[in-house]
Design a protein. Structure first.
Lengths: 292, 317
């Protein structure tokens, strides 16, 4: 009872994610899943081909056309340096998606390995790691990430590593819970009787059976990663200018909002919101299919 | 129950110790040479060394850690490098401001979250449930500055009905302070709504499927009576603990909201400390956030034990 629900989203999801991976057929029947995937695909295309799609060079400054409101020539207006906001939003998908994805992937891989060991080996490994998880949980995710990024210095690689390592214990906790359920199953006893080693049992026998939990955990964490990456950029400790980035562009233009230049901040903000909502639509659909 | 609470306190102390190690590593080991950071790249090496000696950062790490912790235990949280003064008054003032903002957000979000969650549960699987669940989860993961900017643009810039800065200025009256806090509270409410609604929903669904709810319905009680007397009482128990644990997350979210609205709270304090590489202030601020969070979790656990008769009378675990 020491870890009374700190993140219900993940907890509830994992409680339901047991058994087989969700089937595509069931997922594709859900309009929320299709809507979420459509938005995600849109942003992924922007991240990959952004420079080709963007109508203008996102870095090109037009000093005679600064602070222009949205118009036919500049759909989302121009910023204080006369750069096309629409082009920057399109190209800006790259930094946040790449950093969030790799941070979540790192956290999931490390966390899954750690969780398998905690759950299967138990004992000292379990107790020590459990305490560490508690300590990391004693601070809000953003504050831990902020603290370490400030200490090491901001760079995309630092952010990926810091978020990945903060996620790892959280994911480990979920995987551990799933492994404890699997430990009761007969196939583990038979594998042990066949003389298989611990590593083989953990990664070949148990891992495939906890994959649904890992999948749900990955999608939930991806949402939190985007939240954290965007917030770090907003605070000035994420992606550094002039690279187009939603959070950094937001904070660079926030100061002129009282002057009525709302488009420079609103459009990057809406881009972040759409990405986060898309991921939640996908996560929710996967949970619903797994629960049914 | 007393043993349970004692055990819980012991675990909290271990967590607190680990937390102090994490903060120490982040603020005093990782950043490199503090003397160089303060004096800049052009300063002479001898000046950097003498400042390092003065700050005590040329001592072995273990010595530094023990002297830092013993200072903390004596109420000395360190000296700010940006203000060249003890950090405690700054932390204290900022914490009071943050608590004001947090209190307002809680007063709004708690009833809203519970009502939303219960409505979702009563419409389980239907449109209202999906809308509340997905909207709640989305609101929880949308960064506070995103929802913050939307309310600023609508109420502050377009309609001009509410002030966009959270600080009412020195000596402002209570109603004026309150008015300045309305907009900053909205993003916090949005972030917390999803958590609270989700717990209230899960608790209510569980209670709805329980045997006692079925019995109450079968013996002919009206649906409203079943919900009010049998379901809500049981379903709100986990929700109460979530509300208490959310205090910590709320204070974390304050980093963003206070920076966005330029409010002199603990979040803004650690942000400004980070910007000017004031690591003693950063360490003190983050540690304060950690302690507030741990206290909230502790209260949540104790409250849960006290409110749940099974744990109260049966002895915990």
């Amino acid at each position: 009872m020491t870890d009374l629900v700190t993140e219900p989203a993940a907890e509830v999801a994992v409680a339901q994610a047991h058994g087989e991976l969700p089937s595509w057929r069931l997922l594709l029947r859900r309009p929320t899943f299709i809507a979420g995937v459509a938005i995600l695909v849109f942003w992924v295309v922007c991240a990959v081909f952004g420079h080709a799609i963007a109508p203008q060079d996102p870095l090109a400054q037009q000093l005679l056309a600064t602070n222009k409101p949205p118009s036919g020539a500049h759909w989302f207006g121009t910023d204080q340096l006369g750069r096309d906001v629409f082009s920057r939003v399109i190209v800006g998908a790259r930094t946040i998606l790449v950093i969030s994805f790799f941070a979540t992937l790192l956290g999931t891989v490390v966390g899954t390995a750690l969780g398998l060991m905690m759950g299967y080996l138990g004992g000292v490994v379990d107790i020590v790691t459990g305490r560490l998880v508690e300590a990391v949980l004693a601070l809000p995710l953003l504050v831990v990430a902020f603290l370490f990024v400030v200490a090491i210095g901001p760079s995309p690689l630092t952010i990926i590593i810091v978020i990945g390592f903060v996620f790892a214990p959280l994911i480990a906790r979920t995987v551990r819970a799933a492994v404890l359920v699997e430990r009761q199953q007969d196939y583990l006893a038979s594998a042990r009787l066949l003389g298989e080693g611990s590593a083989h049992i953990m990664f070949v026998e148990v891992l495939p059976n906890v994959l649904p939990a890992v999948l749900v955990e990955f999608t939930v964490r991806l949402g939190y990663a985007i939240f954290t990456v965007a917030s770090l950029s907003f605070l000035g400790f994420g992606v550094q200018p002039p690279t187009p980035d939603w959070g950094a562009d937001f904070s660079a233009n926030y100061g002129v909002l009282p002057a009525g230049y709302w488009w420079m901040t609103l459009f990057p903000a809406l881009a972040i919101a759409s990405l986060v909502i898309a991921i939640n639509l996908v996560t929710d659909s996967i949970e619903q299919v797994l629960a049914s | 129950m007393a043993t349970y609470i004692l055990k819980r306190l012991g675990l909290a102390l271990i967590t607190l110790w680990l937390l102090s190690v994490i903060v120490f590593v982040a603020c005093q080991v990782l950043p490199g040479d503090p003397g160089r950071a303060i004096l800049g790249p052009l300063a002479a090496q001898s000046a950097v060394q003498s400042l390092d000696h003065q700050l005590g950062v040329d001592r072995p790490l273990v010595t530094q850690y023990t002297s830092w912790v013993s200072g903390l235990l004596h109420g000395d949280m360190g000296t700010s490098t940006q203000f060249r003064a003890p950090v405690e008054p700054y932390i204290q003032a900022a914490l009071v401001n943050s608590l004001k903002l947090a209190a307002l957000a809680f007063v709004i979000v708690v009833p809203l979250g519970i009502v939303g969650g219960v409505i979702a549960a009563l419409n389980y699987g239907r449109a209202a449930d999906r809308v509340i669940s997905v909207a709640g989860l989305s609101a929880t993961t949308v960064p506070e500055f995103v929802s913050g900017i939307v309310v600023i643009i609508i109420f502050g810039v377009a309609l001009k009905v509410l002030p966009v800065s959270a600080s009412a200025g020195a000596g402002a009256s209570a109603p004026s302070q309150f008015e300045h806090l309305i907009l900053p509270a909205i993003p916090l409410v949005l972030v917390l709504f999803g958590y609270i609604a989700r717990m209230a929903r899960a608790g209510t669904i569980e209670a709805l499927n329980s045997d006692y709810a079925r019995t109450a319905t079968l013996k002919g009680l009206k649906r409203t009576v079943v919900i009010r007397r049998h379901i809500l009482r049981n379903s709100l128990l986990p929700t109460i603990t979530v509300i208490a644990t959310q205090t910590g997350y709320l204070i974390g979210g304050l980093v963003i909201v206070e920076t966005l609205f330029n409010y002199q709270g603990i979040g803004n304090l650690i942000f400004k400390a980070a910007e000017s590489k004031d690591f003693p202030m950063l360490a003190a601020g983050v540690l304060t956030i950690g302690i507030v969070y741990m206290l909230a979790t502790l209260i949540a656990d104790v409250l849960y034990t006290v409110l749940n008769p099974r744990l109260r009378l049966g002895g915990a675990e």
